[in-house]
Design a protein around this ligand. Structure first.
Ligand code: MG
Length: 164
């Protein structure tokens, strides 16, 4: 069994959408980035790739590549799920925390978990997403950015992955 950790942060700016795990959250500001800047999905992708020692999101989906401009990060997550399957890995569980001062994420968490479970072909009981504020401290507390942390646990598929 292996564990991976992921972290990401994107600035909150005007004239952008606020998308977390593919769920668009109504708010005057949105996340700035080359793709849809889905900070939660990016942290989860890095946790999954890390657990499988398959590099990181920047190696697989470079932000210098025009094909990922405005990309739907759930599509990227789906591709990572396929890659894990092809390289002999099965996801046991994912646990993530989103750090954002506002808006309140709690009402959206059921949809967020549902979308992640669908894309990865997992049960809801395998995906946990939590939300915290930064207690008004620093740039996160000032609502200037959103950060996300994730851990993922993988197990090698019997007879396929001989590296563990
Ligand atoms: Mg990112």
């Amino acid at each position: 069994m292996t564990v991976g950790i992921g972290y990401d942060l994107h600035r909150l700016v005007p004239d952008r959408r606020l998308v977390l795990a593919g769920v668009q959250i109504p708010y005057p500001l949105g996340l700035l980035g080359h793709s849809d800047a889905d900070v939660l999905t990016h942290a989860i992708i890095d946790a999954l790739l890390g657990a499988a020692t398959l590099g990181d999101i920047g190696q697989h989906f470079p932000d210098s590549d025009p094909q990922f401009s405005g990309a739907d990060s759930l599509v990227l997550l789906g591709a990572v799920g396929q890659l894990l399957g092809a390289t002999g890995w099965q996801v046991i569980n994912i646990d993530a925390t989103v750090i954002m001062e506002r808006p309140k994420l709690a009402p959206h968490l059921p949809s967020v978990r549902q979308r992640l479970a669908e894309v990865l072909g997992l049960q809801l009981t395998q995906i946990s997403v939590k939300a915290k504020t930064n207690e008004g401290m620093g740039y996160l507390g000032a609502g200037e950015a959103v950060a996300a942390l994730a851990v993922a646990q993988l197990v090698p598929t019997a007879g396929v992955n001989c590296g563990v």
